[in-house]
Design a protein around this ligand. Structure first.
Ligand SMILES: [Zn+2]
Ligand SMILES: [Zn+2]
Length: 74
């Protein structure tokens, strides 16, 4: 997955993402196949080194947000 999308978090737009975040949460559809194209890089338990968010956790079970184009204001 990281080979496709790199390590830029799709939730906050900063680099350093370590988790694969499912666009459709596993808790919503546990039967979905493990498809790298259905995942995006996101910051996990260690949080973002730039903004400190734990993006993968903070999003919870909400559906995927529109992909941020920039995070310059953050
Ligand atoms: Zn992030
Ligand atoms: Zn960030």
């Amino acid at each position: 997955m990281f080979l496709i999308y790199g390590h830029v978090c799709h939730l906050c737009g900063h680099p350093g993402a370590t988790d694969a975040d499912h666009l459709i949460p596993i808790s919503v559809d546990s039967t979905q196949p493990i498809d790298p194209h259905a995942m995006r890089p996101a910051h996990g338990v260690t949080g973002c080194p730039e903004c400190g968010r734990k993006c993968n956790q903070s999003r919870g079970n909400k559906q995927a947000l529109p992909t941020l184009v920039t995070s310059e204001d953050w």
